[in-house]
Design a protein around this ligand. Structure first.
Ligand code: AMP
Ligand code: MG
Length: 318
């Protein structure tokens, strides 16, 4: 059921139920971190394997600090600069965070989402909420309340409707770990917030950190794997074929009942449309979706969108 009432969502969370919540990235399937019963429901409803960890959502820095022994000047600066926003910090966890959330990892992903309803909900419940994207495991992430409702129609799930997600793809996941006297940074999942912006925010702390792997630079985009993320993800309900730029590919005659996925030429708009457009194509009656990679996809600003599309595709051609 779709609602715009934060109070109704709160009531469900308080009785150990899960609720779908809006964020600026994608909709999440939320449970109180204090309810093992609710946390287990997330995995059950999503058909998510227990090895894939959940991100913990907080309403600000004080709540984040209570989840880790490792809150540093680096985390402080990043959170002050980018929260609420699409940046998840992966930090050493403390005993407040159950291993069910982290899939047994010693680290926890923490983020403060930018959505007025979800921030209100977090403030009212006063407990962090663990939430993966509100879709079946491996499938396209939802960016509207209706997407969640459609996917879980039979589950009697309350969906807090906060409108269409402004960013439209998942957060950048940044691991921040201490090695000797230096903080090492690593992007585990690319998002619309890139390494260059992170460097800019940390300019005064330059001597205190290093990138663990080569960061995503303008010249050579690098697509690191997020721990726990599989090769295939974000998949629509019909096959998607990703045709690389500069490939001389003619769609076979037998595949004529296909639809082309077309995105904006502006990265922020393309990200916002991406999952909704994938769903629209999948529901069009066509049997296959084709995406023809534009030449400008080689620019680093497109890297997070390219990563989602390639993982969503059944086959990459060329
Ligand atoms: P989703 O919200 O569906 O994008 O799923 C959350 C994703 O966050 C997982 O698939 C992991 O890739 C990532 N994640 C969450 N916690 C951690 C962690 N402690 N270490 C590494 N990755 C994590
Ligand atoms: Mg997901």
């Amino acid at each position: 059921m779709i609602t715009r009432s934060v109070a109704k969502a709160l009531a469900q969370l308080r009785i150990s139920n899960v609720v779908a919540i809006p964020t600026e990235t994608v909709y999440g399937l939320a449970a109180s971190i204090d309810s093992l019963k609710a946390l287990r429901k997330i995995f059950k409803i999503k058909k998510r394997p227990f090895f894939d960890p959940l991100i913990v959502h907080v309403n600000g820095i004080p709540a984040a600090k209570k989840l880790t022994p490792d809150w540093s000047i680096i985390s402080q600066k990043l959170a002050e600069t980018f929260w609420p926003g699409p940046l998840t910090l992966v930090l050493k966890k403390n005993s407040r965070v159950n291993e069910l959330i982290t899939s047994g990892l010693p680290t926890v992903g923490i983020r403060c989402p930018q959505h007025v309803m979800t921030l209100k909900l977090l403030e009212m419940i006063d407990v962090p909420l663990a939430a993966p994207s509100a879709n079946l495991f491996g499938k396209t992430s939802p960016t509207r309340a209706q997407h969640v409702e459609q996917e879980f129609r039979s589950k009697n799930l309350l969906v807090l409707d906060g409108g269409a997600c402004k960013i439209g793809i998942e957060s950048t996941i940044l691991k921040v770990e201490k090695k000797k006297n230096i903080w090492l940074l690593e992007i585990l999942r690319p998002g619309m917030l890139g390494a260059d912006e992170i460097d800019k925010a940390l300019i005064k702390l330059k001597k205190l950190y290093q990138w663990k792997k080569q960061k995503i630079s303008k010249k050579k985009p690098l697509l690191p794997q997020a721990a726990g993320m599989l090769e295939h993800h974000y998949q629509p309900s019909i096959p998607l074929f990703y045709v690389r730029a500069l490939t001389q590919y003619k769609v076979p005659k037998a595949n004529e009942n296909k639809i082309d996925l077309v995105l904006s030429t502006k990265p922020s708009l393309a990200a916002r449309q991406l999952y909704h457009s994938m769903r629209t194509c999948a529901e069009s009656g066509a049997k296959k979706i084709y995406f023809f990679e534009p030449k400008y996809f080689s620019k680093s600003e497109w890297a997070p969108i390219k990563e989602r599309l390639q993982k969503a595709s059944t086959k990459i051609i060329g």
